[in-house]
Design a protein around this ligand. Structure first.
Ligand code: KG4
Ligand code: ZN
Length: 340
């Protein structure tokens, strides 16, 4: 029975995992707190994690019907992420492991995202039956990555964003348009009744022969466009068209680069996770592109796209099976930990 914590950004989460099954998974989002400031404020995030982690943990234990004494191991996100936020979950996990004299393991947040598309069903459980080497797209507010997953816990980073992440681009463009933080879901909603061909914005790095992304130029181009056409923001229809047009630009780049990488590497499958993969247009376009290229496609289920401790725990259980010693109880956070 494994207890996992996730506190790398603005979600406080605890999960109970047993033999690949998610017995409890509680996520407390801080999004309302940070909305007032238009983005995540690291010190406020850490303070909220401190306040919420133990109540969230108790709720997960009771959801799973498990007493703390029954725990066999503890895991927590060790990096990458906001230093003060990571510190809360990592040190709490190490303290629980120390008190119960159980092994502890620190987990790489992005590596855990790689495995969330393989958690399915109700109650959720890890199902690696269809697993084959694939390209994984991870797109959220803090990261945009393409990873070649060669086997379970064997992977190679193909590329990542050179500046803003895809979700950050949604959020910053939405802010320019006066939408509340985080603007991604609202842009998605407005775009559904907008015309994606109404305005033409750049598709950054689409034609460059690498697997990297860059979204800050797109954001700047929208800023200049809005500066030159401020009246558009007073027109509800134009706002919907703007949302659809910006969304199309972001999605086109994500889809084209993920599918191109899979084709180049001769892989038969693509997976996608991270908050941005909740986006309807991304789901539709990626599904269409994969179908056209005869690639299998696996999305993380919507509740597991965003940050959660279930994915941390599922990976931790597999890692502990291979390395029962785990991570030292003195190990420190790794805020800039690179995916190997
Ligand atoms: O994975 P996540 O919960 O947190 C991290 O950033 O790690 O992702 C949050 C990001 C935010 O930028 C949010 O605007 C974006 O995911 N997002 C979306 C949608 N839902 C969440 N972006 C576009 N369309 C959506 N439906
Ligand atoms: Zn994440």
């Amino acid at each position: 029975m494994l207890l996992a914590f996730e506190t790398s950004c603005d979600e406080t989460s605890a999960a109970l995992i047993h033999a690949g099954r998610v017995l409890g998974n509680v996520v407390s989002s801080q999004v309302k707190l940070h909305a007032e400031y238009g983005g995540v404020v690291p010190e406020l995030a850490a303070r909220e994690h401190l306040r919420n982690l133990m109540p969230v943990c108790r709720k997960a234990l009771s959801q799973a019907g498990v007493k703390a004494e029954r725990l066999d191991a503890v895991a927590a996100t060790q990096g990458p992420g906001l230093p003060s936020a990571l510190m809360v979950g990592l040190k709490a996990g190490q303290a629980v492991a120390f008190a119960l004299r159980r092994p502890f393991i620190g987990i790489h947040h992005h590596e855990a995202h790689l495995y969330s598309p393989w958690i399915t069903g109700s109650p959720p459980a890890a199902d690696f039956s269809g697993f084959c080497p694939h390209v994984a797209l991870i797109a959220s507010g803090g990261h945009t990555l393409l990873v070649h997953v060669k086997g379970e816990t064997r992977h190679h980073l193909l590329g990542s964003t050179l500046d803003d992440a895809a979700g950050e681009c949604f959020d910053k463009v939405g802010k320019l348009m006066g939408l509340p933080y985080p603007a991604g879901p609202e842009m998605d909603r407005l775009a559904q009744s907008g015309n994606p061909a109404a305005y033409r914005f750049p598709r950054p790095m689409l034609d460059e022969p690498n697997d990297d992304f860059s979204f800050s130029g797109l954001k700047t181009s929208v800023r200049y466009f809005l500066r030159d056409h401020p009246v558009l923001l007073k027109d509800a229809r134009a706002v919907r068209d703007l949302c659809a047009s910006v969304q199309r630009a972001i999605v086109e780049v994500l889809v084209a680069k993920a599918v191109r990488a899979a084709r180049r590497l001769g892989l038969a499958c693509v997976t996608a996770s991270g908050g941005v993969t909740c986006n309807h247009e991304l789901r539709t376009q990626l599904a269409a592109a994969c179908q056209q290229e005869h690639l299998a496609l696996r999305f993380a289920e919507k509740g597991l796209c965003t940050d959660n401790a279930a994915m941390i725990g599922i990976l931790a259980e597999r890692k502990l099976a291979a390395n029962p010693g785990g991570t030292s109880l003195d190990a420190d956070i790794l805020p800039s930990w690179e995916l190997q």
